[in-house]
Design a protein around this ligand. Structure first.
Ligand SMILES: Cc1cc2nc3c(=O)[nH]c(=O)nc-3n(C[C@H](O)[C@H](O)[C@H](O)COP(=O)(O)OP(=O)(O)OC[C@H]3O[C@@H](n4cnc5c(N)ncnc54)[C@H](O)[C@@H]3O)c2cc1C
Length: 485
């Protein structure tokens, strides 16, 4: 190994050199790295970028369960539903879950995770700003638009018992976001980071002062330090790691609900002014928290394959010609379980699985008018609907899937949103079930470096702290700094 860069101390360099030589003697066949990053989403990419920038000779590998970005293609669409690919191209592969996202970049800490609480707002914002600068550098396909918060809409929401979460948002759109990620990945590769696709990390073992990572393809890698950047899709991996290394896990809440689709014009006032309305509502019957979020103007509803369970999501393109007549967003009901129940992820998964069972292996779609009249949607009624579905889903009945409490919360939220965007509760509004977000595993950190055990760090959505691109990227850069310092 060559001498390391400025920010990588001489002590660290000597330490890595000694371990490398020992490794060559005892594990001649295994590839050896200073840092192995598990997961090639924005968190892992930002961590690798920062490590290489500040320490050019450090040896880094990113191992990713999915494919390279260019080879990620989802066959689902208007004509055919999810075909259950072995590795879901929407959620897995280089650029992570955000690869085909709408690229809404939150310029602050008001939502999208709790990094502000962990690091303090000033520090978290500084790191978010650094992620933004890197993305601007690699966004070569035009300048993204920035939407500012709006007092008039905030007031309108308050007057209707709704809380509009406001923060400045930079909108890249799916296509600009894709190009930006492509450029960033190319830059990381040119810096000398090894990028391995279809490397699904199964387990980690302690070995000497570092770790051996075992992959489902039979390969092994040795690394002095590990960054776990496995996103929401890696929840089981994180849980297994924590169990093997005796790291405590806390139960977080889960969000379950539906993806809602309607004519774009209904939310135009909001989307023109703030681009993405994120709205909270406390339901009347149960006083539960429901949230409207992940709004996609002119967007498409998409299907996600989470280990064989198909759920709904959505995205949109920045270019006008790729836009649809529809908009879509999620309405999710938050549940925090109490003792003795401690399997919130399994609970959410079993609801989504039930939807797949009734939907013949697919997501269910139902007209709102049919739902409130207590009847299923069939192909005939769907065919006559004024809102044309942008995802091929099975016409059915969501009330046979969602528990009463969650369904009541969703229906009440739709009526509440109708007061600020009339038309939301139209009969022809489409509900796709289910959509769910699990933040249920939150490991206990050893310290403020998000270290789980000596030399193993966790970042991004998989840490239970982040829920968005900006905070996941920021956490990646922060942990890279912790490793180098
Ligand atoms: C459709 C969609 C739209 C979204 N839109 C937005 C948006 O507009 N704005 C926003 O801020 N956020 C958005 N999000 C959320 C955002 O994408 C995530 O918060 C962000 O990607 C998290 O980054 P991450 O690096 O922590 O994890 P991820 O991006 O999930 O990346 C983790 C990677 O790790 C890999 N992995 C998992 N387990 C293993 C393993 N055992 N071995 C090897 N690899 C593994 C996965 O394949 C994945 O590629 C969206 C998400 C989706 C799905």
């Amino acid at each position: 190994m060559k001498a390391v860069g400025a920010a990588f101390s001489i002590e660290n360099a000597a330490h890595f050199m000694r371990k490398f030589i020992l490794g060559m003697i005892y594990m001649p066949d295994i590839k050896k790295y200073d840092v192995a990053i598990i997961g090639g989403g924005i968190g892992g990419l930002m961590a690798a970028y920062r490590l290489k920038q500040n320490s050019p000779d450090i040896k880094i590998v990113i191992t990713e369960r999915g494919n390279s970005l260019e080879k990620r293609h989802c066959p689902a669409g208007r004509e055919n539903g999810c075909v259950h690919c072995k590795t879901c191209s929407i959620t897995s592969g280089y650029a992570g879950a955000g690869a085909f996202s709408d690229g809404k970049f939150n310029l602050g800490t008001a939502y999208g995770g709790t990094l502000g609480e962990e690091l303090g707002d000033a520090k978290a914002n500084k790191y978010i700003d650094e992620v933004d600068k890197i993305l601007v550098k690699y966004c070569t396909s035009g300048v993204p638009q920035v939407y500012k918060s709006n007092d008039e809409l905030k007031l309108k929401c308050i007057q209707n018992n709704l809380r509009l979460l406001d923060m400045n948002v930079k909108h890249l759109g799916t296509d600009k976001n894709y190009v930006t990620m492509q450029n960033l990945i190319r830059a990381i590769s040119e810096q000398g980071v090894d990028l391995l696709a279809f490397y699904d990390c199964q387990s980690v073992e302690k070995h000497d002062s570092g770790y051996i990572l075992n992959y489902t393809n039979g390969e092994k890698i040795y690394a002095e330090k590990i960054i776990i950047a496995t996103g929401r899709g890696g929840a089981n991996f994180v849980a297994d790691f924590c169990r093997s290394f005796g790291v405590k896990m806390h139960s977080n809440h889960i969000d379950i609900g539906v993806r809602v689709e309607m004519k774009d014009i209904i939310w135009k006032e909001f989307s023109d002014k703030i681009y993405e309305p994120k709205i909270l509502y406390k339901t009347k019957t149960f006083e539960d928290r429901c949230r409207m979020f992940c709004f996609n103007k002119g967007g498409l509803v998409s299907a996600e394959n989470n280990h064989g369970i198909i759920t709904a999501n959505g995205h949109s393109y920045a270019e006008d010609e790729k836009r649809t007549e529809n908009c879509n967003f999620a309405i999710l009901s938050s549940i925090r379980f109490t003792e003795p129940f401690n399997q919130p992820t399994e609970y959410a998964e079993s609801i989504s699985r039930l939807a797949n069972m009734i939907g013949n292996g697919n997501v269910i779609v139902q007209r709102f008018g049919d739902l409130v009249r207590g009847r299923r949607t069939n192909e005939h009624r769907l065919g006559q609907n004024t809102v044309e579905p942008t995802l091929k889903a099975t016409a059915g009945d969501i009330s046979l899937v969602l528990p009463h409490r969650i369904l009541t919360n969703i229906i009440e939220t739709i009526y509440a949103l109708d007061k600020v965007a009339p038309g939301t509760a139209n009969d022809d509004t489409l509900l796709y079930g289910c959509e769910s977000k699990y933040y249920s595993i939150r490991p206990e950190f050893m310290n403020d470096k998000f270290e789980l055990v000596d030399g193993v760090y966790i970042i991004g959505d998989g840490s239970g702290i982040c829920r968005g691109l900006s905070q996941s990227g920021a956490m990646g850069i922060y942990v890279a700094d912790c490793i180098l310092n």
